[in-house]
Design a protein around this ligand. Structure first.
Ligand SMILES: CC(C)(COP(=O)(O)OP(=O)(O)OC[C@H]1O[C@@H](n2cnc3c(N)ncnc32)[C@H](O)[C@@H]1OP(=O)(O)O)[C@@H](O)C(=O)NCCC(=O)NCCS
Length: 181
């Protein structure tokens, strides 16, 4: 798209914003600190798991939410992703990883996972694991998680347990666009 204007003898051509390549919005991940942020995290989960994937709300929101550490990801100031970490008996379970559909494939899930793993380590987790939906096993495998055991069904969706066997295998490089608080 372009628009032309004449000013005296000179002709100026203005190109619309969409012509210029946009800088990707910086990604910021932070731990949820207030009820308001907690509700933002739940809103993302309801949109992704309940509305998009058809998981019953009664399964999606569970007792672990009260004790869990929750994370929010923002891109360009908008809340676009969430994850949670449940610490129990020295083990850390990462779950409820969700990025809004139109924001996927921009590294937001990766930054959420890095943040959750780092937090689990800081809290002394001896083991870090998760239950991966089958279509996203590759996402976690790419970050260093390994599949263990058989496929099982959770909330009507086939899953596989995955563990981070060694922290040295975790893909932990800092993204230059990432800030965390
Ligand atoms: C899974 C999910 C959180 C990933 O988030 P995302 O922001 O799209 O992922 P990223 O852009 O950070 O991807 C990081 C890397 O994983 C890869 N990746 C992403 N999704 C993948 C998939 N389904 N299979 C294989 N690789 C995948 C990306 O290509 C990227 O690779 P690269 O580093 O080589 O470029 C997101 O797809 C999502 O919310 N899905 C719906 C909810 C869901 O299924 N959650 C998981 C429950 S277990």
């Amino acid at each position: 798209m372009k628009a032309a204007c004449n000013f005296g003898q000179r002709r100026f051509v203005f190109l619309s914003d969409s012509f210029y390549p946009r800088e990707p919005a910086p990604i910021m991940v932070r731990q949820v600190r207030s009820q308001e942020e907690f509700h933002r995290a739940l809103a993302i989960r309801l949109r992704v798991f309940v509305r998009e994937q058809g998981v019953p709300r009664s399964i999606e929101l569970d007792d672990d939410d009260q004790a869990a550490i929750h994370f929010l990801a923002k891109a360009g100031g908008r809340t676009v992703g969430t994850a949670r970490l449940v610490m129990r008996n020295g083990q850390a379970k990462i779950g409820r990883m969700a990025v809004l559909k139109s924001y996927r494939g921009r590294g937001i899930g990766r930054e959420l996972l890095k943040h959750a793993v780092r937090t689990a380590r800081r809290r002394g987790a001896e083991k870090i694991f998760l239950h991966a939906q089958l279509p996203v096993v590759g996402f976690y495998a790419g970050m260093g998680f390994r599949q263990v055991g058989r496929v099982f069904c959770e909330a009507g969706i086939p899953h596989r347990k995955m563990i981070l066997a060694r922290y040295s295998e975790f893909r932990n490089s800092e993204s230059p666009r990432m800030r965390s608080t």
